[in-house]
Design a protein around this ligand. Structure first.
Ligand code: PMP
Ligand code: GLU
Length: 397
């Protein structure tokens, strides 16, 4: 008899689709993947060299639980210079990916039964992680007219004595929406007044196209004190497989997370930490170039989508996703349980293009595409999507 925990969680849909793509490719099928959010760039050379040098110098032993001192110093420097947030190194805790950082944070601040507010659509793992720590995920219904962004008014409606934490992702996966300073100010004022923590997942913060990115913790010392900022190296430095993320929080929370991490993983891989150090210290220009490329791709993808019939979408100002509204198609498409899951399955098997069903993010009439892949791939993938949609609409008209 296995743990009941397994009965309440579902495997990650994004990881499931990327595994399917890998298997199809291994069996010789030429699949286009617009599914998983994984940069197609290599980790910048100077960052890799830092990792190689550390191995040559035999930096392979256990180290400090919250992470390498030089890396935490570099993160503090980055947070101050780029995000206008002043942290000391004992407020930074490295983790094995942002996923691990979020889990550490949830474990450190929630008790069983505490409610965690999650604006919908949400990144697939927030819901399951919350359940895994025995807290209760509560979805906040947002409005498409407002690009699915949370507002202070909405937030207030969901707060009750059991509410412990708000999980806010900015820029958002899956919508690419980015919050303005004013929008954030109103949200954080509610959190301060009602005494709830904020987990600010800012992993896409470097991939922000128009306005200046505002880090929640920069809004004032009172906000900073209740905020756990999560960031990582997977998206900005293309280090997905190296598994490195971190939190910035007050000292008490950081100490709690270190205590937890000391038992669960000790610390993330030292080699990954040296590479992360190199990425922060020496690779700002490489990262800026990646962001420029994503911006160019965003423009191409949205131009293509603008020309397509039966679709509309949330205009993305950050991250590398587009959340596409297929509600017109859903009305015509014959499905049993979930429109988006069945639509994406059929699209993959007929057209060899992988995209992610909106259901994974809590909204079934949508699909998510990622443009963290070559121009050639996403243009061809979108041409096939257009064909599939027209086929559905023509057949059933
Ligand atoms: N937060 C969001 C919003 C994400 O999209 C992802 C996916 N990478 C993560 C956290 C987890 O990142 P990591 O790969 O560093 O664990
Ligand atoms: N976060 C990325 C995505 O949404 C990577 C996959 C995952 O970890 O969920 O596609």
């Amino acid at each position: 008899m296995l743990s009941k925990r397994l009965d309440i969680i579902s495997p990650s849909c994004t990881i499931g689709i990327s595994t399917k793509v890998k298997n199809m490719r291994q069996s010789g099928i030429d699949v286009i993947s617009l599914s998983i959010g994984e940069p197609d760039f290599n980790v910048p050379r100077k960052a890799i060299d830092c990792g190689i040098n550390s191995l040559n110098e035999n930096c392979t032993k256990y180290d400090l639980v919250p992470g390498l001192t030089i890396l935490r110093e570099e993160i503090c420097k980055k947070l101050l210079e780029e995000n206008n947030c002043k942290y000391s190194i004992d407020e930074i805790v490295l983790a094995s990916g942002a996923k691990d950082a979020i889990t550490n944070a949830l474990l450190a601040v929630t008790d069983p039964g505490d409610e965690v507010l999650i604006p919908k659509p949400y990144w697939v793992s927030y819901w399951e992680m919350t359940k895994l720590v025995n807290a209760v995920p509560v979805a906040i219904e947002t409005n498409k007219k407002n690009d699915f962004k949370l507002t202070a008014d909405l937030l207030e409606k969901y707060i009750n004595p059991k509410t412990k934490l708000l999980l806010l992702n900015n820029p958002s996966n899956p919508t690419g929406s980015v919050y303005t300073k004013e929008e954030l100010r109103e949200i954080v004022d509610v959190c301060i007044e009602k005494n709830i923590y904020i987990l600010a997942d800012e992993i896409y913060e470097r991939i922000c196209y128009n306005d200046e990115f505002i880090s929640i913790a920069s809004l004032g010392d009172d906000v900073k004190d209740i905020t756990i900022t999560v960031n990582g190296f997977a998206k900005s430095a293309a280090m997905t497989g190296l598994r490195l993320g971190y939190t910035a929080s007050n000292k008490e929370i950081a100490k709690g997370m270190s205590a937890i991490q000391g038992h669960l993983v000790s610390h993330p891989s030292l080699t990954a930490q040296y590479i992360g150090y190199g990425a922060l210290k020496y690779c700002k220009d490489d990262i800026d170039n990646m962001v420029e490329t994503y911006k160019h791709r965003r423009d191409l993808v949205t131009t293509k989508l603008d020309a397509m019939k039966y679709v509309n979408y949330v205009y993305p100002n950050g991250a590398f996703y587009v959340f596409i509204d297929l509600s017109q198609v859903a009305k015509k498409y014959k499905y049993n349980e979930s429109f988006s899951v069945e639509f994406c399955d059929e699209f993959l098997s007929k057209y060899n293009v992988a995209i992610v069903p909106g259901q994974a993010f809590g909204i079934d009439e949508y699909v998510r595409i990622s443009y963290a892949c070559s121009e050639e791939e996403f243009i061809e993938g979108l041409n096939r999507l257009e064909k599939f949609i027209l086929e559905i609409m023509d057949t059933n008209n």
